[in-house]
Design a protein around this ligand. Structure first.
Ligand SMILES: Cc1cc2nc3c(=O)[nH]c(=O)nc-3n(C[C@H](O)[C@H](O)[C@H](O)COP(=O)(O)O)c2cc1C
Ligand code: SF4
Ligand code: SF4
Length: 587
């Protein structure tokens, strides 16, 4: 019997190393594997006996081991059995297969299928499970054919912007100088850990993708830029690179193809802005990690002035899959304009934290089902970290893909999903996101350096109940100025959480303005939009000033002279007919 121990960071944090030692003492052979996604159930141990189905145990403690081994010997059920795998003769007939349990039912694990199954640094196991098929196919093709195949797959970069990977590669097709190929593993946004899990659990899929990209763009040198806060991922990458080189998948004359490619690991010091591609290049060159204006784009003038292609970790894992199984296979998943799957990291106010891999186009409502979050407990999903946006309950039927998100002014970001419940104060949440941007702004340009600070001050003022209505107007003005005039993506998107919270949860800001409101009567006012008003009378029932007139089922009106702008009518109106008219419109 052999026990696969989940030893990604989540498993280690939950005590899996002690379990491994205890199993060794009991004479059980173990194998180190990565994470299967259900981080909340770590330590996860999978037992495989001869050619029988693998039995998966979860939340295992060292003290459970004797009982578990006894149960396995006698074939009896045990309370810590989670599921089993379809990989052998039937063993525990009453236990469900892993793909039938709620957390996995809607997932499609085409990228993360090896995570938690193979030893992350074992090239032979990787090859046995279809690994390096992509590279073997690629080196038999012409470089431009590889680029065309990736373009045909519709793959869009998973680092945030969603730019076509094939198109980006084609920009260096006719480069006069040899390009560099860089993998961006900086992953610094709060709530994001998809890239880390992939690197800890299946680093060879990223190394293979980087090698294929290197071949396609005629690079000789690949670089993985990774934050030093990811020591386990770095260690696994180092082992995997060493083993792949030994087996002829890296280095000189790869698989006798005449193509040579090496990969070097470069550590970042953890600044979020160094994930931005021009700052990343500055950091690689040993300079302070600060962005510079584009153009020139890195594909024209990048590392050491040479053309440079930068792709995200998950993008490169997709490349391995596309070249192994073809662009047609990849397009079977997801939507026409967002093909494939996406790995999301789940965190926040929920019990089932971890990562999930789902096809693009899945509905927000379905993600709640996977995460086992009840609709009435759900308040909002924050997608995409400090550059991202909030998706409230009204958007439960929204499809999660690039275009559907764009239609509601939201972005996917790189894949962090923070789920929040009704205990979460959204103004407090906006403050946390803004505080992150303030501390991570590199300070090079004024709008971002000063604007993020001023916005944070205003949010803090509102949280202290010192805010005035005109502060909301000022916040919106600063937010749009910082968005329009900042130099890089950090500043350009720093206002996104604030703006989306203002859009969907304005009432929470307004609630905190009570007391300070009457001072600024002329700066903003509430109006009832006639075409929307159904005359339900709910607003006049809650108005403390009796400022709302109108017969039941007829359009209502607000008496500006009486209104103290408490916002209660706006909050209660079921058809969102009460609008806050801001200064510029009011004048
Ligand atoms: C502030 C900031 C941080 C970023 N951090 C990352 C990151 O950690 N990883 C990443 O792949 N892209 C990050 N990006 C996006 C990169 O600049 C770049 O677009 C991406 O690496 C390109 O890869 P892709 O085409 O495969 O998505 C960041 C952008 C900004 C503005
Ligand atoms: S937008 Fe912010 S992070 Fe980007 S260059 Fe300007 S100050 Fe630096
Ligand atoms: S904002 Fe307050 S005072 Fe004004 S109409 Fe609405 S409930 Fe009445």
């Amino acid at each position: 019997m052999i026990a696969n121990i989940g030893l990604a960071s989540c498993g280690i944090a939950a005590g899996a190393e002690d379990i491994q030692k205890a199993l060794h003492k009991k004479g059980i052979k173990t194998k180190t594997v990565g994470c299967i996604g259900a981080c909340h159930l770590e330590p996860i141990i999978e037992f495989k006996k001869e050619d029988y189905e693998t039995i998966i145990f979860c939340s295992v403690k060292t003290k459970d081991l004797s009982e578990i081994l006894k149960a396995l010997k006698s074939g009896k059920l045990h309370r810590k059995i989670l599921a089993k795998r379809k990989d052998g003769k039937e063993w525990y007939p009453k236990v469900k297969y892993i793909e039938d349990i709620c957390f996995y039912k809607k997932q499609q694990k085409i990228l993360s299928h090896r995570c938690g199954i193979i030893d992350p640094a074992d090239v032979d196991e990787y090859v046995k499970s279809g690994g390096y098929d992509g590279l073997q196919n690629a080196i038999k093709m012409k470089k431009e054919e590889v680029i065309a195949e990736v373009e045909k797959s519709g793959l869009r970069g998973r680092g945030g912007a969603g730019f076509s990977t094939g198109k980006k590669w084609s920009f260096v097709k006719n480069a006069k100088e040899r390009p560099f190929m860089v993998c961006n593993a900086d992953e610094g946004d709060p709530g994001a850990f998809m890239n880390r899990i992939l690197l800890e659990s299946d680093p060879l899929s990223v190394i293979e993708g980087l090698t294929i990209a290197g071949y396609a763009i005629n690079a000789r040198q690949g670089i993985i830029y990774i934050r030093s806060e990811y020591p386990l991922a770095v260690e696994r990458l180092k082992h995997a690179i060493k083993n792949a080189t030994k087996k002829g998948f890296l280095g000189n004359n790869i698989l006798n193809s005449g193509f040579s490619f090496d990969i070097e690991i470069k550590l970042g010091a953890g600044a979020f802005v160094c994930g931005e591609e021009t700052a990343l290049i500055a950091s690689l060159e040993g300079k302070t990690g600060r962005p510079h204006p584009r153009p020139p784009y890195p594909t024209d003038k990048g590392l050491l002035g040479k053309p440079t292609v930068i792709n995200n970790v998950e993008t490169l894992a997709c490349v391995s899959l596309i070249m192994a199984k073809g662009s047609g296979y990849f397009r079977k998943f997801g939507t026409e304009t967002s093909p494939g799957t996406k790995i999301f990291s789940l965190s926040g106010a929920l019990k089932k934290t971890g990562y999930i891999e789902v096809p693009f186009g899945i509905k927000l409502r379905e993600v709640l089902e996977i995460a086992d979050v009840k609709e009435d407990e759900f308040k909002v999903m924050h997608l995409g970290g400090p550059a991202g946006s909030c998706l409230p309950k009204e958007l439960l039927d929204l499809n999660l893909d690039y275009d559907s998100l764009k239609s509601v002014n939201a972005t996917l970001g790189s894949g962090s999903m923070i789920l929040l419940n009704h205990d979460q104060d959204m103004v407090e949440f906006a403050k946390n996101m803004m505080a992150f941007n303030v501390s991570e702004s590199c300070g090079k340009c004024v709008p971002c350096r000063e604007g993020t600070k001023r916005m944070l001050e205003l949010i803090e003022k509102i949280l202290r109940n010192d805010g005035k209505p005109e502060d909301l107007v000022t916040l919106e003005h600063i937010a749009s100025t910082v968005k329009d005039t900042s130099l890089c993506g950090l500043g350009q998107s720093a206002s996104n959480p604030l703006i989306s919270i203002l859009k969907y949860f304005k009432g929470e800001y307004i609630d905190k303005l009570q007391g300070a409101i009457s001072i600024a009567n002329d700066l903003a006012m509430y109006r009832i939009i006639e075409v929307k008003c159904t005359g339900c009378d709910k607003c006049s029932e809650v108005c403390p000033m009796k400022a709302i007139r109108g017969k039941k089922f007829e359009v209502h009106q607000i008496d500006e002279a009486r209104c103290i702008k408490c916002g209660r009518c706006s909050k209660i109106c079921p058809v969102k007919a009460v609008d806050l008219v801001k200064m510029e419109r009011a004048i």
